[in-house]
Design a protein around this ligand. Structure first.
Ligand SMILES: Cc1cc2nc3c(=O)[nH]c(=O)nc-3n(C[C@H](O)[C@H](O)[C@H](O)COP(=O)(O)OP(=O)(O)OC[C@H]3O[C@@H](n4cnc5c(N)ncnc54)[C@H](O)[C@@H]3O)c2cc1C
Length: 363
């Protein structure tokens, strides 16, 4: 591969594509290298939920910029993007209180919630109108195909082995590039082990399911979701809600469940998910986790049966900080979202890293 580029991005997930799109938008000659033959990492295994409203701090900044970039790219690249917001369902008064405290959505009565989604047992809710949704099976693949059509080179089935100034070493030979950016998610420990160790990167392993659709028009998130996203964690009632879950729902705490649901046209119902953090992803999935997820889905939607079609394991990078961005050595960079919000924040992160490398034209 006797090729020379300005930027070589390793990893064709949403984070790698974000860096490639930002580099290409600056007129830089860009190549994306991925060991797989298609998009099949975390980016293809998630809910496709873009939870802009739920992020605070650095995540909030990337999320807001990502939102603008999704709105720009979706019509140009031709992927489905829903702008209806997130339906937060509260099934207890403390959850309703948190929705009041987050103060960034339209509060809903029980009746208004059931008008929007077929849920049972809600005491109320909120519509977080800035949140969006993509189809995780389609969005990044369509985005990559569009970038390829725009002139970004893609080298699939090509494993990156390491890099030095100006050169990316792959299993198929060298790629010459002024800057190499590793966007390999949790596999950062395979190519840049020192960086992974410095940032404390591990693997967060998740159980997910796809069931027959129930006609859900909004992503539906619940009280367990309020326990985990940064904007909710800042509310006064967060500690109280966590204490109640520990007391009343140790099963949800043990499997670290984020009870949420999305459905895109023609996909069926995505439901999940559980979380377990470990250095290596053990592949054995616990049937009790799936029992819990289906039981909670049946209860929330008042169904006697959930018709499960697929189950899978998803993995994302997990570290004490939400983002890993490092100038590793001359011409070598590492960039990862190190918590489960890469679909929401990845586009903003990618642009910000390319700005750091080449200077922001926006000041
Ligand atoms: C089950 C699940 C549900 C989630 N739900 C949501 C959600 O609804 N909303 C949200 O915002 N976030 C969600 N997330 C998080 C989000 O999916 C991730 O943060 C995001 O997809 C990470 O993107 P990425 O590009 O870093 O990783 P990936 O999509 O995993 O891409 C990394 C790529 O790097 C390639 N690669 C790795 N090593 C090499 C190498 N040595 N050489 C060449 N290529 C290599 C891989 O083949 C892969 O294609 C979820 C995650 C999971 C697992």
């Amino acid at each position: 591969m006797n090729e020379t580029y300005d930027v070589a991005v390793v990893g064709a997930g949403i984070v790698g594509l974000a860096h490639a799109a930002a580099a290409h938008a600056r007129g830089l000659r860009t190549v994306v290298v991925d060991r797989a033959d298609r998009i099949s990492g975390s980016t293809a295994r998630n809910f496709g939920h873009i939870g802009t409203t739920m992020q605070a701090g650095e995540a909030g900044e990337y999320a807001r910029r990502s939102r603008e970039l999704y709105l720009e790219y979706a019509p140009r690249a031709g992927f489905w993007l829903a702008r209806r917001g997130t339906l937060m369902v509260a099934t207890a008064e403390d959850e309703m209180q948190m929705l009041r405290e987050i103060g960034d959505g339209r509060l809903l009565s029980e009746r208004e919630v059931t008008d929007l989604a077929p849920v049972a047992g809600a005491v109320g809710g909120a519509l977080l109108k800035d949140d969006m949704q993509v189809n995780p099976r389609e969005a990044a693949a369509t985005f990559a195909a569009w970038l390829a059509g725009e002139g970004v080179a893609f080298r699939w089935r090509t494993s990156a082995l390491g890099a030095e100034a100006g050169v990316l070493h792959t299993a198929r030979g060298e790629v010459r590039a002024e800057n190499v950016v590793f966007c390999v998610n949790y596999d950062i420990d395979h190519v840049l082990p020192d960086v992974a160790e410095r940032h404390g990167v591990e693997r967060c392993v998740l159980d997910m399911m796809l069931a027959s659709g129930i006609g859900l028009e909004f992503p539906v998130l619940t009280g367990s979701s309020m326990l985990r996203y940064s904007a909710f964690q800042q509310t006064p009632t967060h500690t109280e809600l966590l204490a109640r879950f520990r007391r009343e729902r140790p099963d949800m705490i043990d499997f670290d469940v984020n009870q949420m649901y999305t459905e895109a046209p023609g996909t069926g119902l995505f439901l999940g998910d559980t979380h377990r953090t470990e250095p290596t992803a053990v592949p054995f999935q616990d049937e009790r986790a799936f029992d819990l997820l289906t039981r909670e889905a049946r209860r929330l939607f008042g169904l006697t049966h959930i018709d499960v079609r697929q189950r899978w394991q998803g993995i994302y990078a997990k570290a004490p900080a939400d983002f890993l961005r490092e100038h590793v050595a001359d011409g070598i960079w590492a960039s990862s979202v190190t918590t489960g919000i890469g679909m929401t924040t990845g586009l903003g992160l990618g642009e910000s890293v390319i700005d750091q490398i080449y200077g922001s034209g926006r000041e």
